[in-house]
Design a protein around this ligand. Structure first.
Ligand code: PHE
Length: 451
């Protein structure tokens, strides 16, 4: 089996692909806007602690299950299950994760489609295509259908090429492009009036806010979304890691890159909001609340770009291109989850599976678009507030309670023989057994009782 499965050809290839999955709209849009609405620097601090102490151990659990199983999420989880009931549970968690990934991809493609329209709008303006520019910037069903489908098609084109030539190759191209645009934009925004005020709000914490339950819960939820947990994606990516690699080091790099990019995106967005305010754009409502997340991204930032004159067109283009690239490296991992399952389970070719799944996801996305007001928010809440925490929790329980400690250690020792003597091995199994499940349950419960 493993000879026909793809594998990442290099360590850097895996890091770029997994970091590409983790780094997405969640980092560049979700993290900064959540920071702004949850007390600025206090949220950043809580996020950093929770990402490293809770999300990172959970990520390691998923990667290790995948590498051990060398198969899709269902099979990999079943490999560590012993009884019939456990195997049925493994199916529920693995398959649930695949469905969750498919549903996330359905709404993610709609948002990514908006990013594409915002990228192309300045291009149409420069080409003096006013009607097109107007169509691109005005929300309409036809526009959203076209761009959602176009984004899914881009994702399909990459995934159909397989692991090494598709996911790995494109992640290695897109991730450096993303970093370059991000830093160039930061340099520009820092030179503008008002940026320093934003920087202060972002970096100087108000410690009295730090233990607010709502803040902690949002920060943990954000960390789980950002590290792509509870969707089977990291199990699949783990299954493409060679047994020769030090899996603990790889997972650590991915976490560091993901957190770093979220932090850096905040350095761009929060100061940019204050620069916009300096230019007379409204960023707080009359009651002092920050405007909603989509208002910030699709109204405040374009208003900022507009006020910059001609260079604003270019900056707007670069900003939304950055968003589109970030979304694409995540969407390819989301599509890989169902595709790898169908290929391995039903013996379809990768091409058939990719186009088949692409068609199904497009249908689901279109259904959401046709029933936008009732379905869009519902699917986001269902997957990110319920699906991901619950499935992430189950994964920790599988690794912490069902997997025999000696064989778990044996799996991690492949590629890092000295791991048994390290701090990681002393502390991680306890995290997976107790700390992560309890903390995730708290997040989950808080969503249900709406703290
Ligand atoms: N982590 C991605 C982001 O931050 C989203 C994602 C979630 C990707 C779950 C894959 C799986 O945007």
């Amino acid at each position: 089996m493993s000879s026909v499965r793809g594998e990442f050809s290099s360590r850097i290839g895996f890091i770029m692909a997994a970091a590409g999955s983790a780094v997405g709209l969640g980092n560049i849009w979700g993290f900064p806007t959540q920071t702004a609405s949850n007390g600025g620097a206090a949220f950043v601090l809580a996020y950093l602690v929770l990402a490293f102490c809770l999300a990172y151990p959970a990520l390691m659990a998923e990667l290790i299950v995948g590498r051990h199983g060398q198969a899709n999420a269902v099979k990999s989880l079943q490999k560590i299950s012993k009884t019939k009931a456990q195997k049925a549970g493994a199916f529920a968690v693995g398959f649930g994760g695949i469905i969750c990934a498919g549903l996330i991809l359905s709404f993610y493609s709609i948002v990514a489609g908006w990013m594409m329209t915002a990228t192309l709008e300045p291009v149409a303006q420069v080409a003096s295509q006013d009607t097109v520019a107007n169509w691109l910037s005005t929300q309409s069903l036809s526009r959203d259908l076209v761009f959602t489908a176009a984004f899914i098609l881009l994702t399909v084109a990459i995934i159909s090429r397989g692991i090494e030539n598709g996911i790995e190759k494109w992640s290695k191209r897109l991730m450096p492009a993303l970093l370059t645009i991000l830093f160039a934009l930061i340099v520009y925004v820092f030179m503008q009036e008002g940026a320093m005020k934003g920087l202060k709000a972002y970096l100087v914490p108000d410690f009295s806010l730090i233990l607010e339950p709502k803040l902690l819960i949002s920060a943990l939820g954000q960390a789980f979304f950002s590290l792509s947990l509870g969707t089977s994606v990291m199990i699949i990516y783990g299954s493409y890691i060679s047994k020769k690699e030090n899996i603990v080091a790889l997972g650590t790099y991915v976490t560091l890159i993901d957190v770093f990019i979220a932090f850096v995106a905040g350095l761009l967005i929060i100061p940019a909001m204050y620069v916009a305010q300096e230019l007379g754009v409204q960023i707080f409502s009359e009651t002092g609340q920050l405007l909603s997340e989509d208002t910030l991204v699709f109204t405040v930032l374009p208003a900022l770009f507009d006020s910059m004159g001609d260079i604003g067109l270019f900056i707007g283009f670069a900003f939304f291109a950055l968003m589109t690239i970030a979304a694409l490296t995540s969407s390819i991992s989301l599509l890989e989850a169902p595709v790898s399952y169908v290929v391995e389970q039903f013996g379809l070719t990768r091409m058939q599976a990719t186009f088949g799944m692409g068609a199904i996801i497009t249908l689901v996305s279109f259904t959401i678009l046709f029933n936008f007001s009732s379905l869009f928010g519902f699917v986001i809440a269902l997957t990110t507030q319920y699906g991901q925490p619950l499935l992430g929790l189950m994964c920790c329980l599988f690794v912490g309670w069902l997997w025999n400690r000696t064989s778990l250690l044996k799996e991690i020792e492949q590629g890092s023989p000295e791991i048994g003597a390290t701090f990681f091995w002393k502390i991680w199994p306890w995290y997976i057994k107790f700390v992560c499940p309890i903390a995730i349950s708290l997040v989950f419960l808080s969503k249900i009782i709406d703290w």
